[in-house]
Design a protein around this ligand. Structure first.
Ligand code: C5P
Length: 297
């Protein structure tokens, strides 16, 4: 049996540069791994090409809608991999919350299977396979702090964020990512160009300094809050608790904020949970910690 841990992500900066001809949006985003992880076990099944998924969460599909299912489908296509598999996903990352849970599971399973079965798949084919599954799956082959561009699938290593504590909170709603992107028009976010002020570059230039938190931006925050008013309640309670620099992750509904220490993060998470929100304390993971998590379970 293979056991892996797939870490969630935050978008510390997310800029939408414009709509593309293929219906996606051109992005620039600083992504960050955190130590909130799903646990995945992979067992072999005697029947070739058999695939069975199990999960502990009703809102997580166990058929072709699950990105792990798609990851294995594309891996079989790309490499002829035929091993029968039974995969159990113990989810801690909330589904459809902007924390990349499904994409992280898919990326981790891809990376783990390629390593375990020594599959003959080059770096670029692996990344192509990942990007067919979803725009942010390639990030989960890299991890740590990274800059993603294109529709999110072009991932470059970035300077690593120093160990940082975060508090996470979410209204426990299922956010539809496509709807939030379409809502950009609704929120009349001004169109940017690649020459617009580059918030990702500014953030990364200050990543070792506390001022970096002033430089966080998420262009999806306005449409997400407009479409899902319960996200506003999370921002309101965080503000009432004196938390600064709260920011939506991805298309939401999870909101995160950097805090002084793990203890402060834990205390805030208890108060937010008591107030009825899903909430967790977590810490950033650098690239080495990310790799260790996926490969040593
Ligand atoms: O690529 P993924 O399947 O994760 O994207 C989900 C939806 O989010 C897409 O169908 C699209 O509507 C929207 N999206 C977008 N631009 C991106 C990424 C996602 O419009 N760069």
């Amino acid at each position: 049996m293979l056991k892996i841990r797939s870490p969630a992500k935050l978008n510390l900066v997310l800029e939408v540069l414009g709509e593309r001809a293929d219906g996606y949006h051109e992005l620039r985003t600083v992504m960050q791994s955190i130590d909130l992880c799903d646990e995945i076990s992979i067992e072999e099944h005697p029947l070739a090409c058999h695939l069975e998924l199990h999960t502990n969460t009703m809102s997580c599909p166990v058929d072709e809608k699950n990105l792990v299912w798609q990851a294995i489908h594309w891996l079989r296509e790309a490499t002829g991999f035929k091993e029968g598999l039974v995969i159990t996903i113990d989810k801690s990352i909330p589904v459809s919350a902007g924390l990349g849970g499904g994409s992280s599971d898919a990326g981790a399973v891809l990376a783990a299977l390629v390593a375990r079965y020594r599959l003959n798949v080059g770096h670029s084919v692996l990344h192509q396979t990942a990007s067919r599954i979803g725009s942010d799956v390639p990030f989960f082959l890299v991890g740590g702090t990274a800059l993603a561009t294109g529709r999110g699938e072009i991932v470059a290593e970035a300077p690593q964020l120093a160990k940082t504590s975060f508090v996470l909170a979410s209204p426990s709603i299922l956010v539809e990512t496509g709807k939030v992107y379409r809502g950009l028009r609704l929120a009349s976010t001004p169109a940017k160009t690649t020459s617009s002020k580059d918030a990702c570059a500014s953030f990364l230039a200050h990543i070792a300094q506390p001022e970096c938190w002033e430089m966080m931006v998420n262009d999806l925050e306005a449409p997400a809050r407009q479409l899902y008013p319960s996200i506003d309640e999370v921002f309101e309670i965080l503000s009432a608790l004196g938390v600064k620099h709260a920011m939506l992750s991805g298309s939401g509904g999870a909101v995160f904020a950097p805090v002084e220490s793990p203890e402060v993060a834990r205390q805030l998470a208890v108060r937010l949970s008591t107030a009825g929100f899903w909430s967790r304390a977590c810490e950033s993971m650098d690239r080495a910690e990310f790799r260790e998590s996926v490969f040593s379970g």
